[in-house]
Ligand binder design. Structure first.
Ligand code: ADP
Ligand code: ADP
Ligand code: ZN
Length: 212
């Protein structure tokens, strides 16, 4: 599957969860800016040092840093690509056009009330970045990843206070992208409510209509 896709949707809408499955079924190369930035923070790289304060505050990392990161990762990539968490601002979307042609923007629509709960009870794998939920998608063995056995942890920005900041950031900076991609004729809005499997089936159906 050769499609170039971006996944939109607010924090907690299921982008990471659905990306994992889409990669398994369709073989896309996934690029998640959140995962890459957390890795940079963990490794104490120059990028990580610059990004940390913004992430802890629930703000966007400056566009030039993130665009540079994406540009690097996309270099020479062939085949289908799924961008999870990028672009997150109009400026990023415009920059992206210089080197990547978005063929489909999947926007996961979820009622705001359920997002807080999804995020504050999210657990992530330190080793492979898989995501779980204490109630909605619990790991088979408490505290360890089903996929790789890695340790599950709670992200420091998954506290209610930072989550609320991230929603504000989303509304101000990221939500306008929906309109942006609608105007380009590539927007596919998908109902992100209900069970993970049901949401997956909806996204997979949309992707299959564009199969090439
Ligand atoms: P995002 O990447 O958009 O922030 P995630 O995929 O990490 O979202 O999902 C956020 C949390 O919600 C995770 O704990 C995940 O297990 C859970 N989750 C994802 N999709 C659903 C769903 N359809 N129903 C209930 N919980 C979900
Ligand atoms: P979520 O999956 O909950 O939406 P992410 O893991 O995608 O969160 O992102 C976590 C944090 O990393 C964001 O709150 C932001 O600080 C930073 N980040 C991720 N992607 C971008 C981006 N494209 N532009 C700027 N900052 C980003
Ligand atoms: Zn894992």
């Amino acid at each position: 599957m050769d499609l170039k896709i971006v996944l939109l949707g607010p924090p907690g809408s299921g982008k990471g969860t659905q990306t994992e499955r889409l990669v398994a079924e369709f073989g896309f190369t996934k690029i998640s800016t959140g995962d890459l930035l957390r890795e940079a923070v963990r490794n104490g790289t120059e990028l990580g040092v610059k990004a940390k304060g913004f992430m802890d505050a629930g703000k966007l990392v400056p566009d030039d840093l993130v665009v540079g990161l994406i540009r690097e990762k996309l270099k020479g990539l062939k085949g289908g690509v799924l961008l999870d968490g990028f672009p997150r601002s109009l400026e990023q979307a415009q920059k992206l056009e210089e080197f990547f042609n978005v063929e489909m923007a999947v926007d996961l629509e979820v009622n705001p009330e359920v997002l807080i709960r999804r995020l504050t009870e999210r657990r992530s794998c330190r080793a492979c970045n898989s995501v779980f939920h204490l109630e909605f998608n619990p790991p088979k063995k408490a505290g360890s990843c089903d996929k790789c056995g890695g340790e599950l942890y709670q992200r420091s920005d998954d506290t209610e206070k930072v989550v609320r900041e991230r929603f504000t950031t989303y509304t101000e900076r990221t939500a306008p992208l929906t309109e942006y991609y609608r105007k380009k004729g590539v927007l596919k809005s998908v109902d992100g409510m209900g069970a993970i499997d049901d949401v997956y089936k909806r996204i997979a159906a949309v992707i299959k209509t564009a199969r090439k």
